[in-house]
Design a protein around this ligand. Structure first.
Ligand code: KIV
Length: 277
């Protein structure tokens, strides 16, 4: 049985932390699901870590639908959340179409979208129609060109606005909220004030759960990983060494050997090649 939005609420109410991680394909989903992650996020962070773009903005709905389908097929215990990409939920009608595709075509159980007051009507409409929606406030990567890549809500006025947005999203029906790059004491206060679970990334330990990007957790990030990330393994050199060994073996004729090859009856081969038996 998969986790549900209601299960996440129960975890919060019991004071148990929620573990969420991004996944973008079948093998990453299989491994994260087996590791016991509560939520797999098919994030539009795929724009950077999978597609090699500088931001999430070029990611399309087709991209997320395709990748989300693989994550759903690779998991059976975690709740799978699909990101609504940039400008696919600018109005209620678009948001309904995008959510329908993610839920019906890809099979995700919930969608995530970024922003506060400007998307409140969209969140309300989607939740009225039965779509579980996860909110996302603080640093919202789809607005990176406007707000810059930095910690948000550091002044009293900005922090108050963030708290109002968080409460508004809760009132509009989100089942959980991601807070990204928000000062830890503020994120903790919001987590305590909201009834729904708050999942932090770069928002300190006081949130109800944490989300991290797959590549950052496993040492696969190109360049310097973000300050809020911790690599639990350093896989890039291990993978590179394995691939280097393969390339060298191919060049040296050391791969494949008989162990990786199939035999053929000599008579059949001679017949096939048109040679006398
Ligand atoms: O796209 C993503 O991976 C995200 C997380 C960073 C929360 O939105």
């Amino acid at each position: 049985m998969r986790r549900t939005p209601q299960d996440l609420k129960k975890l919060k109410d019991r004071g148990e932390k929620i573990a969420m991680v991004t996944a973008y394909d079948y093998p990453s989903a299989r491994l994260a699901d087996r590791a016991g992650a509560d939520v797999l996020l098919v994030g539009d962070s795929m724009g950077a870590v999978v597609f090699g773009h500088a931001t999430t903005l070029p990611v399309t709905l087709d991209d997320v639908v395709r990748h989300a389908g693989t994550v759903v097929r690779g998991s059976d215990a975690a709740l799978v959340v699909g990101d609504l990409p940039f400008l696919t939920y600018a109005n209620e009608a678009d948001a309904v179409v995008a959510s329908r595709r993610l839920m019906q075509e890809a099979g995700v159980q919930a969608v995530k979208l970024e922003g506060g007051r400007p998307v409140a009507n969209v969140v309300k409409r989607l939740t009225e129609l039965g779509v579980p929606v996860m909110g996302h406030l603080g640093f919202t990567p789809q607005s990176q060109m406007q707000i810059g890549l930095k910690v948000q809500a550091k002044t009293a006025a900005a922090a108050r606005r963030l708290m109002e947005d968080a409460r508004l999203l809760e009132d509009c029906g989100v089942f959980a909220l991601v807070l990204e790059l928000v000062p830890a004491p503020l994120a903790e206060a919001i987590s305590k004030r909201l009834r729904v679970p708050v999942i932090g990334i770069g928002a300190g330990a006081g949130c109800d759960g944490q989300v991290q990007v797959w590549h950052d957790l496993l040492g696969l990030t190109e360049g310097k990983p973000p300050r809020h990330a911790r690599a639990y393994a350093d896989l890039a050199p291990i993978i590179e060494a394995a691939l280097t060994a393969y390339v060298e073996d191919v060049r040296a004729g050391a791969f494949p050997t008989d162990a990786q090859s199939s035999k053929m009856d000599a008579v059949e081969l001679a017949k096939a090649l048109g040679q006398p038996e």
